[in-house]
Design a protein around this ligand. Structure first.
Ligand code: 2RA
Length: 350
């Protein structure tokens, strides 16, 4: 039988992309129920070409649901994913609430799909969008060479901070666009942009070395997520990861530069081949022709794009790479949908 799916958080930035993904991927679902906060209940949204009324989040909406996807803030998932699981649904959660719980698998289907079956709490976690934007490619290299160290710098899009992030960037860009004197004196951009929204500094005409909240030793929550989630997904607790997360004035698509070291010598041409044949990865790497991935060209696509693949000049065990991934698609909705599809097979297999 075709399983019943609930999409919780159907009206948010990721939820909106999720409805598009559910409408364009092969349909493996029977009923699809759309769920959101009571504020959005009653709205009608289109999924698979049909209008569906949004229901308010309540325990009963999970009755008869086989898989419940959550694209909601941590505190909402923390409370409601266990309720969905108690009512018999498998919860696939895109918040940070359960990612590091040892009883909750953290799944990227191209890397560790088999972990889906190992879910004692009935909850499966989807990684953070920054981790997801690199881990399919890094996982493919790790399988061949075994990684020991990752030095990561992220260039993260405004939509990682939700619809408020997108609106803030658009308002700020509009506020600075006409003044051709800005950007030459300290503080002039800050005075011109207006509201900072979810960012701690102006994002238009700027880069901001901060995403998330302050954690131990000066690291941001985002930087620790890149480290801890990479270790869990690759099943490699000893992996050394140093991350610096930076917000850039891009609407959607995270980019990362990664210096990856392995426990053996690597070869750039072989790495390019490995990446080109890895599921979910596209190599675009011809700098002489000006070809490398950029967020403006990658947004709206599904794969992880990799370019600028070089063997480190100073260490034959290291590769330098530049990666781009749509943070709302593979970084959030698409990976959640892929996990849910792996679970759906359990029902269609019988
Ligand atoms: C960000 N990683 O880009 C977050 C969103 N999940 O801010």
């Amino acid at each position: 039988r075709l399983p019943t799916l609930a999409v919780v958080g159907a009206t948010g930035a990721v939820g909106t992309v999720m409805l598009d993904i559910l409408s364009t991927r092969e349909n493996v679902w029977g009923e699809i129920r759309l769920v959101a906060s009571p504020r959005s209940a009653g709205k009608r949204l289109t999924v698979r070409g049909e209008e569906v009324e949004v229901q308010a989040l309540a325990p009963e909406v999970f009755d008869g649901v086989d898989v419940a996807m959550f694209d909601v803030p941590d505190e909402v998932s923390k409370e409601w994913a266990p309720i969905a699981a108690e009512r018999g649904a498998v919860a696939v959660d895109n918040s940070g609430a359960f990612r590091m719980d040892p009883d909750v698998p953290l799944v990227v289907p191209e890397v560790n799909a088999e972990k889906v079956a190992d879910r004692p709490r009935g909850i499966i976690s989807n990684p953070n969008c920054t981790t997801l934007s690199m881990i399919v490619a890094i996982g493919a290299l790790h399988r061949a060479y075994r990684a020991t160290d990752l030095v990561v710098a992220s260039y993260q899009a405004a939509s990682g901070a939700g619809q408020e992030g997108i609106d803030t960037l658009r308002d700020q860009v509009a506020a600075v666009a006409a003044d051709r004197t800005l950007g030459e004196r300290a503080g002039d951009v800050r005075s011109a942009v207006g509201e900072l929204g979810p960012f701690p500094a102006p994002l238009a005409m700027n880069v901001v070395p901060w995403a998330g909240s302050l954690k131990e030793d000066g690291y941001s929550s985002e930087e620790l997520k890149v480290r801890n989630e990479s270790r869990k997904i690759l099943d490699h607790p000893g992996l050394r990861v140093a991350a610096t997360c930076v917000r850039v004035p891009v609407v959607t698509t995270h980019a990362l530069s990664v210096h990856a070291t392995f426990d053996q010598e690597v070869d750039a041409a072989k790495a390019r081949e490995l990446l080109a044949s890895a599921p979910g990865v596209v190599v675009q790497d011809d700098p002489a022709a000006g070809e490398f991935p950029t967020p403006a060209d990658v947004v709206g696509t599904d794969p992880t794009w990799v370019g600028r693949i070089r063997r480190s000049i100073d260490d034959p065990r290291s590769l330098d790479l530049f990666l781009c991934g749509d943070n709302l698609r593979k970084g959030a909705a698409l990976n959640t949908a892929q996990i849910a599809e792996v679970v759906a097979e359990e029902f269609t297999r019988g």
